[in-house]
Design a protein around this ligand. Structure first.
Ligand code: NAG
Ligand code: NAG
Length: 392
């Protein structure tokens, strides 16, 4: 009873109400659904136009043509709005960093790279998917600093100081002031249940401490797992408006050498200091197939540490959203992955490869002593008494 063009119109109007709300790409972080009244107007216009064009409402040939043109314009207008809404154009004052990452490096003097001589022969410096593995000697910090400075890059460092872990915050911030992203804009995001205990620490120019109050959970496993949820939530509400990159780390640590822009990339993970040389079987991945964190023994690239990861706010949102959702699914099945948030992080990185991998220079434990290949120890564990600290 309907002509092909009639079907098209009806289809379009139904789609504009239902489809736009359900299309998976648009359910992303940046998507704000078009307001329902607007969609209803559009679909009503489409249906009325269809009735006119198909001759169910009597009108002259001229006005029929006019109606056709107006309808086409309405459809085009509607579709041209989609990407704008999708990118949250109106609330974000900046283009995402990656769209503008070009800069000029005039007259810099530095050692010539040599295509026939490897920078290091004792360690792997690239993954099979061509992500750099960051070791001292694999990069020139002057070139990188110049690139990132020109962009005025802003970095957020997230850290969780919950319950007794608050004792670590002073050393953490003090050493970060000395070594972390020196000369760049840095926001420290300190998540804590004891905001009044965050001691005042003088910060250098361009650096800011933001205290974010969060609930405290009973078990320490719950505390560590909820970090993903909190980073996800704040990425959407706060971080996206304040910083370009996020670096998410453990608090029971201190910086003891430079950590700079060489670590920044779309999404990065860090080789766990206990497993950088281990075989797949030795990785302590989650091995129960029922778990969302499950990794079969014949898969797995590296064992990444839960204590240091990051990337652009957008990528960190995706990562933490995945981990949190996987955790919640497992929780519904009464499963908790063997190494909590770290297990889900490893699952994410297996199927969404990191674009940079940090060497154990960026996460070390001095109790392990040194290693020949370890030229610098940049971020190291502070000795703690687990039993004492993890008690409520
Ligand atoms: C780290 O690498 C730089 C070159 O990028 C080199 O000059 C320096 O000696 C290295 N440090 C150590 C401790 O090997
Ligand atoms: C995170 O956001 C979700 C959805 O908006 C909310 O239900 C949840 O309570 C939030 N979690 C925390 C820890 O704030």
């Amino acid at each position: 009873m309907f002509s092909p063009i009639g079907n098209l119109f009806i289809g379009l109007s139904v789609n504009s109400v239902v489809g736009i709300h359900l299309l998976p790409p648009f359910t992303d972080r940046h998507y704000t659904p078009l307001p329902l009244p607007l969609l209803l107007c559009f679909s009503t216009v489409l249906v009325v136009c269809y009735l006119m064009i198909s001759g169910r409402v009597s009108m002259g040939e001229k006005s029929r043509q006019k109606t056709c043109i107006i309808t086409a314009a309405v459809i085009l207008f509607l579709f041209s709005l989609l990407p704008i809404w999708h990118m949250d154009y109106f609330s974000s004052s900046r283009w995402p960093l990656q769209y503008s990452f070009s800069c000029t490096l005039n007259g810099m003097i530095y050692d010539k790279p040599n295509a026939l001589v490897p920078q290091r022969t004792d360690v792997a410096m690239i993954t099979p998917w061509l992500a750099p593995i960051v070791w001292n000697g694999s990069y020139n910090i002057d070139i990188l600093n110049e690139q990132f400075h020109q962009k005025g890059v802003r970095i957020g460092l997230t850290v969780f100081a919950i319950k007794k872990y608050i004792v670590f915050i002073k050393t953490f911030i003090e050493t970060a002031e000395q070594f972390f992203m020196v000369g760049n804009k840095v926001n420290y995001y300190v998540f804590t249940d004891r905001p009044t205990d965050v001691s005042f620490i003088p910060l250098k120019e361009g650096r800011r401490l933001v205290v974010l109050e969060v609930p405290s959970y009973k078990r320490w496993q719950e505390v560590t797992m909820r970090r993903m949820e909190m980073i996800r939530n704040y990425s959407q509400q706060l971080f996206i408006n304040e910083v370009d990159y996020l670096v998410c780390v453990d608090v029971d640590m201190k910086f003891s050498d430079e950590v700079g822009v060489e670590i920044l990339s779309d999404v990065f993970g860090t080789l766990h200091p206990s497993f950088y040389g281990a075989s797949r079987e030795q990785f302590t991945h989650e091995r129960r197939p029922q778990s969302e964190a499950f990794i079969p023994v014949d898969e797995g690239d590296f064992y990444y540490a839960g204590g240091c990861f990051g990337g652009t706010v957008e990528e960190v949102y995706k990562l933490t959203n995945f981990c949190h959702n996987a955790m919640m699914t497992d929780k519904g099945k009464n499963i908790e992955a063997i190494w909590h948030d770290e297990s889900y992080l490893n699952k994410y990185f297996l199927y969404h490869k990191p674009t940079k991998v940090l060497s154990p220079e960026y996460l070390w434990n001095n109790n392990f002593g040194g290693r020949n290949f370890l030229k610098r120890r940049r971020f190291v564990a502070v000795t703690k008494n687990n039993v004492e600290i993890r008690k409520n």
